[in-house]
Design a binder for this molecule. Sequence first.
Ligand SMILES: Nc1ncnc2c1ncn2[C@@H]1O[C@H](COP(=O)(O)OP(=O)(O)OP(=O)(O)O)[C@@H](O)[C@H]1O
Length: 280
Amino acid sequence: MSDTCNQTCSSCGDTCEDRKTERTDFFEKPNELSSIKKVIAVVSGKGGVGKSLVTSMLAVTMNRKGYNTAILDADVTGPSIPKAFGVHRENKGKEMSAYPPKSSTGIDIMSVNLLLEHDTDPVIWRGPIISNMVKQFWQDFVWTNVDYMFIDMPPGTGDVPLTVFQSIKVDGIIIVTSPQELVSMIVAKAVKMAQRMNVPILGLVENMSYFKCPSCNQEHKIFGESHIDQIATKYNIDVLARMPIDPKLAKVCDDGEIEFFEGSWFDHIDEILKNMEERK
Ligand SMILES: Nc1ncnc2c1ncn2[C@@H]1O[C@H](COP(=O)(O)OP(=O)(O)OP(=O)(O)O)[C@@H](O)[C@H]1O
């Protein structure tokens, strides 16, 4: 029996001799007109490590490689995806179309910020309402011909991300971290969550790994030495990328121009996603 066992065998993905009942899936079906081939959740053990930025860069890279790509922004209380892409709701006050808005290069995007009257309005909702909102994004909108949908998950490993995992069938998880002491514990929690949900971990991304000085060209470890390789070995996960702190990245996010940023950190990601196993 796992040391984190809470006796809820029906929703647990662990292989365990003490299992009392078979796992029951309560996955919500997407809209009957939707076609979504693969769903990748981008998670972080804590907020502010750059999960939304990584989600955006992953979608931009796959879109550039010719795949139909979508982002479902499940980070309902800190929705930054529409801003990074410069996407706004055009018909405010009128009923929203059943099709998610597209970014300038054709990425389908849905986020709570596209439903709010003002995108500065705070979202002060409790967990169950947040997870219901995410389910509605999944079910009520028509996601047309999507090869890869990236879900920007709510930060942490608490109730809200767990509920999202239990309602949307995710094919793989990418964990985003930053090089700080707490990382080992935080990654451990994310790994346990993925195991519990029975979803394969595709790899780790270390964001804010270093800063490359434009004058001396040296790399400086602003947040300290990285422990990502030891952690990756410990959990038998691949390190997919190490992204630097780059003020140009922050600026393109602020200016809504993330799609036009040239970065090659995820150029190999199509191979990893193509080799993802089919989940039954
Ligand atoms: N590598 C980077 N270089 C420069 N700025 C970055 C980098 N990564 C993230 N940022 C900036 O840090 C801020 C937080 O990033 P982001 O919104 O992606 O984090 P998050 O993990 O999704 O946060 P939360 O979980 O709280 O929603 C943003 O303003 C973003 O532009």
